[in-house]
Design a protein around this ligand. Sequence first.
Ligand code: SF4
Length: 434
Amino acid sequence: MEQPFIPLDTLYRLPWTLPDNGITWLEPTYHCNLHCFGCYRRNIKDSDKPFEDVKHELDFYQSQRKTDCISIAGGEPLLYPHIVELVAEIKSRGLKPIVNTNGALLTKELLHELKKAGVFGFTFHIDSKQGKGRGPKWEGKDELELNELRLELAEMVAAEGGIACSFNATVYEDTLRYVPDLVEWAHKHIDIVNTMVFILFRYITPSLPFDFYAGDKKIQWDDILYHSEDEIPTDLMAPDVVNEIRKKYPDFAPAAYLNGTERADHYKWLLTERLGTKDKVFGYAGKKLLEMTESFYHLFKDRYLSYVSPGTLNLGRTTMFGTWFLDKGIKNALKNYLKYVAVNPLRMLKKVHLQSIMIIQPVDFMPNGDQSMCDGCPDATYWKDENGRERLVWSCRLEEQMQYGDFLRTVPKKKDKNNGEVETEIIINLDKKE
Ligand code: SF4
């Protein structure tokens, strides 16, 4: 039997579920100032939602789901005219507002306003396939050249103080090779960069062996927003990224994961926590630290933890001394730290930080047409269908609801005797069955 790439008994399964989760996703606008190649959302001008409607979505979330933070995404949330009020509204509800932005419109003044309104953190999406919207300075830059932009933003956030700073990037087959250098860059700036997120590229391409259906209607695959006429690889998996990172960091050890809805041994969200100073990584937290953190947080706050404040992440040394006897990974990190300070005791003056590295692997198609999504979808968002039914749906595939009023089903293409493709029949009609 094929063994999981990382034995599941060495990982903590994040306890996030549909009604009780660390994160919930809010899109106040579908308008964006960039045109990223891998984006899953149509860019719609004049699509800002009325503020009252956004507040209704927040009411709906709070009626359906315990959540620690609200990721304000889009579109580009900094284009939303009520962004400062929205951050204040989320904060006033006792939730952490996280702004998921490309950062192009962030100024020191706006940052200050958002801080006053209660912003908890930023996740900046920066990668090399974001088009020309950032202006000539960043046009054509590769992933590593974009570190200059990442650092500008991280320093701006750090100068304001007390705000969590994360970066995410979509990873394509041709940009996978940059990931270890990005992880190294994040290490160099472990004092001001709290999290790196790598999202694996998914798209619909001509060679996918499926037909697509909305209810009983067959959909032309090239009508679906996220498709490419060119054959581009769309099957990167989390272990590919881990293997790549291990070329530079052989000990790189994830500690927690979310499984797929169809595959228990898929790492849809794969979380690694490392401890280090700016010049040395001491080690990686194991599953117990993550389990303790989530369990205690839930016990006291009645919700699961997602984003952590920079102040807490700077407590790496306290974490090592306080939890080494409960977590093997931390024990190992503490040993390495003690050796490090034994060489030069002045090194004790350096702060030890925690830093998260997350790999997200969106939809995978199973050979029988089942679709494996992230179990408990942390990025679930609001959707009201044409019958007025409100619910939480996968934000990565909201476009299907907007375009077809349903999530698309995938049906394996039928082959004739000569292995040529023939039109599929509808095997199951979910609408009629209901
Ligand atoms: S299912 Fe889609 S929206 Fe939900 S967490 Fe996974 S990638 Fe994100």
